[in-house]
Design a protein around this ligand. Structure first.
Ligand SMILES: [Zn+2]
Length: 404
């Protein structure tokens, strides 16, 4: 019914991720029924594990030299900024901006596409990033009324409340870089490390298809085409802040967008330690619902729902994602990952549920009924005692009960 390319579920034998996990998409094409690229698993081992394993044989000193050459091309003391860093003040953006400024002598402009609702710890970390790190920052906040409506529509049509946010996250950087005359943009961790199509890991340049696009009447946001959104009272002028620059304009602008993780060896745990030291980045005071960690994506009250919805649609949740990353970086074993997934994957993020329901204007009953309508039959079996997830890394079906 939704998103599915592969009906036959396979799990990686090295990490705990499955072939249901979707890869980054061209967001303007997302609809309830479109077929998405999902993680490939060849000979038992997924693409993401293969990409991370290859990092052992990369000559990182040579990669750093490549980085220096790239930075030298863009270093320009006559301009206010050399490089643009999009981020929220989470551990990744702290690392990127800080290391580029202090170790490599670049002058960054940081930009932030505002979370739907800052958590307390997220706001503290955002402030510390800018104030202790010492960066100029632009905080871009879209019209709250429009954003709430798009978020609700994205939940109803795609079970993806985070989707309108992704538009801003992807598309703001190049538009603002152009406006400020900045020709170099860095994102952080390479997306091939969690399952972009094979081959993309060989390059630092991010393919423009991910953050540019032709806007046509068939372009979609929140699963609806532009004319359909017009009927919902959301017009082209409301949507301008979300929409991408055309590929032609982007290429003509001369801007280059790279993954810093191509040049510097990226390890999520090490990046966290770096951010702690650099700007006093603070982890949460408790475990994040749906997983065991305290420091990944903790700035937006809606973050947990992004992962929870993926659990409903693809059968793999936040803990599967994080535990798999830690197996790949050899911080935990696969058996430990299986235990963690068994304990935490799929937990409903109750802590912020009341805020998120109010934000989207949905009752708890309606919220849960929409989620149930997105459970694919090849993953979920409804029995008298609850919803059973039949395809799990552990091999044993598990009852997740009824939430209503
Ligand atoms: Zn794997």
């Amino acid at each position: 019914m939704s998103y599915m390319g592969k009906q036959l579920v396979k799990f990686c034998t090295h990490c705990v991720q499955s072939n249901q996990r979707v890869s980054p998409s061209m967001v303007t094409a997302d609809s309830r029924d479109n077929v998405r690229h999902t993680l490939e698993i060849d000979d038992g081992v997924c693409d993401a594990c293969q990409v991370v394993a290859k990092k052992d044989s990369i000559d990182w000193a040579a990669r750093e030299q490549d980085l220096l050459k790239l930075l030298d091309r863009y270093r320009d003391p006559t301009k206010p900024y050399d490089v643009l860093i999009p981020g929220s003040g989470g551990k990744d953006s702290v690392f990127q901006a800080h290391v580029l400024k202090t170790k490599y002598g670049m002058r960054p402009l940081t930009i932030t596409w505002a979370p739907h609702m800052y958590t307390d710890v997220g706001w503290v970390n955002f402030q510390a990033w800018i104030n202790k790190g010492g960066f100029d920052n632009l905080l871009v906040t879209p019209d709250g009324a429009v954003h709430r409506k798009l978020t609700r529509l994205a939940y109803e049509n795609l079970l993806h409340p985070f989707q309108p946010f992704v538009f801003g996250q992807r598309h703001q950087a190049s538009k603002l870089a152009k406006r400020f005359g900045i020709d170099l943009i860095f994102f952080g961790e390479h997306h091939a490390e969690y399952g972009a199509p094979k081959g993309e890991d060989a390059f630092s340049l991010i393919p423009p298809k991910y953050y540019t696009g032709e806007v046509t009447p068939q372009s979609r946001i929140s699963g609806l085409t532009l004319p359909e959104l017009e009927k919902e009272g959301i017009g082209m002028r409301d949507l301008d802040i979300y929409l991408p620059m055309s590929e032609k304009d982007y290429l003509a602008s001369g801007i280059e967008t790279h993954f810093l993780g191509h040049f510097l060896r990226w390890d999520p745990q090490e990046v966290f330690y770096y951010a702690q030291k650099a700007t006093g980045f603070t982890p949460n005071d408790r475990r994040t619902e749906g997983t065991y960690s305290k420091y990944n994506s903790i700035d937006d009250k809606i973050d947990g729902f992004h992962y929870w919805c993926a659990f409903i649609k693809f059968g793999v949740g936040r803990c599967t994602h994080e535990a798999s990353q830690e197996v790949r970086h050899r911080h935990i074993t696969r058996d430990e990952a299986l235990n963690l997934v068994d304990l935490y994957d799929g937990e409903l993020p109750e802590r912020y549920l009341p805020d998120v329901l109010e934000y989207m204007g949905l009752t708890r009953e309606r919220f849960l009924a929409i989620a149930d309508s997105f459970r694919p039959e090849h993953l979920w079996d409804k029995r008298s005692d609850g919803w059973w997830l039949t395809q799990r890394a552990a091999g044993v079906p598990k009852n997740f009960g009824f939430l209503a």
